[in-house]
Design a protein around this ligand. Structure first.
Ligand SMILES: Nc1ncnc2c1ncn2[C@@H]1O[C@H](COP(=O)(O)OP(=O)(O)O)[C@@H](O)[C@H]1O
Ligand SMILES: [Mg+2]
Length: 274
């Protein structure tokens, strides 16, 4: 095998037109990438779009939401014209039936898109005497591991790290975070972790606030930043790939558009047309 071939990196596309071609084809397989931005910057939609497209191509994907119910996400998704008929949608609502539900995953010949909202599961866990922080992490770890064991898991989306912090009240957030990243790395699952920041305030002169405990910045293999930019009372969406290990990426700021069910970036490094 040629040396170059041996080290050739498999990549997962971002399915954002104009972006993949500017980052050697996408996100390296096995990477843990933070998708960061303030509320409404389409973090969830963008991650869902990647997952959905991977599933359309026959692969399995997992979306764990700690903020929004599966119902609410699906409503949004259908409104954005994603055709859920093209994938095998598995909604996990009962942790006790997890193994049985994942068996269905094995049977399907379409790509499996497994959605799990911890809110639904929380109602069940409530009655159980579990430590406050161990609960969520163990539940999440359990699902990812089971899914990985039940077949190939192409991509895992965790929505969001911010919600996990709130729910978990970690005694030592830095150590817990390190532990989560290590766990995912050991499982070799390509992961998108959504993290919500405060909105950028031009008057305060602050750039987008960084991760809650900054450790996530260097633990992550990549950071995709989504922002809303206001110019003369017109607001546009912006995207930049701030960091992507093992990738020659264009770090310019792009305008992000979502039209006809597709994400697209434009005007990288140029002033946008208003
Ligand atoms: N059909 C649509 N086309 C374009 N944008 C949409 C559509 N539906 C909703 N949106 C935008 O998506 C935003 C919410 O996206 P979401 O992924 O939930 O954001 P976040 O997860 O960053 O809070 C809404 O505020 C709205 O502006
Ligand atoms: Mg969201």
């Amino acid at each position: 095998m040629a040396e170059a071939e041996k080290y050739e990196i498999k990549r997962i596309k971002t399915y954002i037109e104009g972006l993949d071609e500017n980052m050697q084809g996408g996100i390296p397989d096995g990477h843990i990438v933070l998708v960061r931005g303030s509320a409404g910057t389409m973090k969830s939609s963008l991650c869902f779009n990647i997952l959905y497209n991977e599933c359309i191509s026959g692969k399995n994907g997992l979306y764990i939401s700690l903020e929004q119910s599966t119902k609410s996400i699906l409503k949004h998704i259908v409104n954005m014209r994603f055709d859920m008929g093209k994938v095998n949608l598995v909604e996990i609502t009962d942790i006790a039936k997890l193994s049985a539900q994942l068996t269905d995953v094995k049977k399907s010949n379409k790509g499996n898109l497994v959605m799990c909202d911890i809110g639904a599961i929380r109602k069940q866990v409530k009655g159980m005497e579990l430590g406050p922080s161990a609960d969520w992490l163990n539940t999440i770890k359990n699902i990812v591991k089971k899914m990985k064991e039940s077949g190939e898991l192409a991509l895992f989306v965790l929505d969001s790290l911010s919600a996990l912090y709130v729910l978990s009240k970690f005694d030592n957030p830095r150590a817990s975070l390190f532990h989560i990243f290590e766990y995912l790395r050991d499982l070799e699952v390509t992961t998108l972790i959504i993290s919500e920041t405060r909105p950028k305030r031009a008057d305060a002169g602050d750039s987008v606030s960084h991760g809650q405990f900054d450790v996530e910045d260097f633990l992550a293999d990549g950071i995709i930043l989504l922002e809303l930019a206001e110019r003369q009372r017109k607001v546009t969406r912006e995207l930049s790939v701030v960091k992507m290990r093992a990738t020659n990426t264009n770090i310019d700021v792009w305008t992000l558009e979502f039209k006809n069910g597709k994400f697209k970036v434009l005007y990288g490094g140029q002033p946008p047309l208003l």
